[in-house]
Write a protein that binds this ligand. Structure first.
Ligand code: NOJ
Ligand code: NOJ
Length: 581
């Protein structure tokens, strides 16, 4: 009787949770959709000054200033809109999609600090919203952008092939897509900043989306009769798939986000990669780290668990229940808080997994995914469970409840009115950083769609195998440092301070503490108001850094964006003279 009551209570609790998630989905969906449209020029209500088809990251103009257009954010946002258009969910989006194509075609040609269209400029992370170059220091290049843009446009191209003609796509869309794919094929193994614009090395998300873009690009090229590029795209895709395997950390049971950065490597990067390379036809394939693959599930658990004890708002939550998650546990940007898009990505990966398990009528537990499943059923053993078994029923129900919990967490910290910022406070859940982040809205919508069982079209992930020989070295993909040696750099910054207040430095390489505020290096005020420190940094490398202030050792403030930046010389020593900004 007691057991019955307890399980009846548990059923009740999950029904209540589901009901509140249902109602959040119902109220938040139109708000999120409108939130996206408001941030697209020229007519979006919050994007005055943005050219047609330009997606602003957020209307926030100070602390942080996000009134720019990022290739990554824009491509992920338009991918979600193109999904809605081709599925028939919203047939009014055609004009917006065409504006997007036109604006990206313009941006591709804008010369910028990363180069021209033919010398690396496609890797530029963001632009002004009037389609001119952003020229201040930034973490560049970011090589996920061209791949994500190609993926969005390929989905649209495939619709156009069915609904207009091959020749229309060959003349209008293919030239844009080909520029991005050629860039990916040529430069995928070069050093890149990660999607969080901080770590310069190789990055799982970037590698995964590059792989996807070349696979579907090769298929599109074949359909369009553009056969000259196909074999190179396929060869490079094989090399990338080979390199992709190297991010797996078998001891830790997770995908390491970056090859550099000096962090744990537990990062939303990997869940985002899984959902943005989801191909339902590939089942639970671990080679491409599909959402229900043993490696991706194990990694998801390790990533989620990294946030249980570090955020106050997660305290008291059962160790197998959903929590708020952020970019990575060591994050200190804007306080290093939970992000709506990260928490939504966890839910989406789980919903994607449920789609596949239901479609294939079974679920496989391996020694790698065992800890993930044991969270919900401690007695579960390695094996394959058909949908007729109680183990399948129990596990899929628990995973659904777990997934809904991440949505419920975002819901709990969504302010009345439904606006979604970038982050919410780790201590009290109040919105933090950029308001109306377009990507937060898109991430919410795609998670809701996955919850409803919707999967966007696949990209050819089924049945891929890692080539037996592959070339992954040659330019990058390694440590992220340009040379082997280091150079001594003296940082001088003029800053007036009050008693107890000190100046510290943190930045993009290990010796600059990888953007940690906790372990930032204190400068010496012997020549006050000039504060100084000498640090060994990698030679011939792009170095980004900022000064921060602490009062009696407690973090107080960052210098404003953008980052400070220089390229270190190949040897010797170097001095930089800054004024606190
Ligand atoms: C701004 C970037 O957008 C953000 O991702 C990064 O953490 C900070 N700059 C570091 O200064
Ligand atoms: C900072 C995030 O780290 C980065 O991923 C994003 O592209 C920009 N903000 C703009 O939203």
């Amino acid at each position: 009787m007691r057991g019955f009551l307890l399980s009846a209570l548990a059923v009740c609790a999950s029904v209540v949770a589901q009901t509140s998630v249902d109602s959040y989905v119902a109220t938040e969906s139109p708000i999120a959709k409108q939130g996206i449209l408001n941030n697209i020029g020229p007519n979006g209500s919050k994007s005055q000054g943005a050219k047609a088809g330009v997606v602003i990251a957020s209307p926030s103009t100070t602390n942080p200033d996000y009134l720019f257009t990022w290739t990554r954010d824009s491509s992920l946002v338009f991918k979600a809109l193109i999904d809605q258009f081709i599925s028939g969910a919203d047939t009014t989006l055609l004009g917006q999609i065409q504006n997007f194509v036109t604006s990206e075609q313009i941006l591709q040609q804008v010369s910028n600090p990363s180069g021209t269209v033919s010398t690396g400029g496609l890797g530029e992370p963001h632009y002004n919203i009037d389609e001119t170059a952003f020229t201040a220091a930034w973490g560049r290049p970011q090589r996920d952008g061209p791949a994500l843009r190609a993926t969005a446009m390929i989905e649209y191209a495939n619709w156009l092939i069915k609904n207009t003609s091959v020749s229309n796509v060959v003349s209008n869309l293919w030239p844009i897509i080909k520029l991005d794919l050629d860039y990916v094929a040529a430069d995928w193994n070069q050093t890149t900043f990660d999607l969080w614009e901080e770590v310069s090395s190789s990055s799982f998300f970037t590698t995964a989306v590059q792989h996807r873009s070349l696979r579907e690009g090769a298929a599109l090229a074949t359909t369009l009769g553009q056969t000259s590029v196909v074999s190179n795209y396929i060869t490079q895709a094989g090399n990338i798939l080979c390199f992709l395997q190297s991010y797996w950390n078998p001891t830790g049971g997770y995908i390491t986000a970056n090859t550099g950065g000096g962090r744990s490597g537990k990062d939303a990067n990997t869940a985002l990669a899984s959902i943005h390379t989801f191909d339902p036809a590939a089942g639970c394939d671990a080679t491409t780290f599909q959402p229900c693959s043993d490696k991706a599930l194990s990694s998801l658990k390790v990533y989620v668990d990294a946030f249980r004890s570090i955020y106050t708002i997660n305290s008291g939550i059962a160790s197998n229940a959903a929590v708020a998650t952020g970019r990575y546990p060591e994050d200190s940007y804007m306080g290093g808080n939970p992000w709506y898009l990260a928490t939504a990505a966890v839910a989406e990966q789980l919903y994607d997994a449920l789609i596949v398990w239901k479609a294939q009528g079974s679920l496989n537990v391996t020694s790698i995914s065992l800890p993930f499943f044991q969270q919900f059923l401690p007695s579960v053993a390695v094996g394959t469970y058909a949908s007729s078994t109680s183990t399948f029923t129990t596990l899929t129900a628990a995973v659904k409840t777990f997934a809904d919990g991440f949505i419920a967490t975002n819901a709990k910290y969504t302010p009345s009115g439904g606006g979604l910022a970038e982050q919410y406070s780790r201590s009290n859940g109040a919105p933090v950083s950029a308001v109306d982040l377009t990507w937060s809205y898109a991430a919410t919508i795609t998670a809701f769609e996955a919850r409803a069982g919707f999967a966007s079209p696949g990209w050819g992930a089924a049945g891929l195998t890692v080539p037996t020989t592959c070339q992954t070295s040659g330019g990058g993909g390694g440590t992220g440092t340009g040379g082997s040696g280091t150079v001594a750099v003296t940082f001088n910054v003029m800053a007036t301070t009050f008693f107890g207040e000190n100046i510290y430095i943190t930045g993009s390489v290990d010796s600059l503490q990888d953007w940690s505020t906790d372990t930032a290096l204190i400068l010496n005020p012997a020549n006050y108001p000039i504060w100084s420190i000498t640090v060994n940094v990698p030679a011939s490398s792009d170095i980004q850094y900022k000064y921060i202030r602490k009062v009696n050792g407690v973090f107080e403030s960052w210098e404003s964006d953008p980052n400070n930046e220089f390229t270190s010389p190949s040897g010797g020593s170097f001095i930089v003279n800054d004024v606190w900004r």
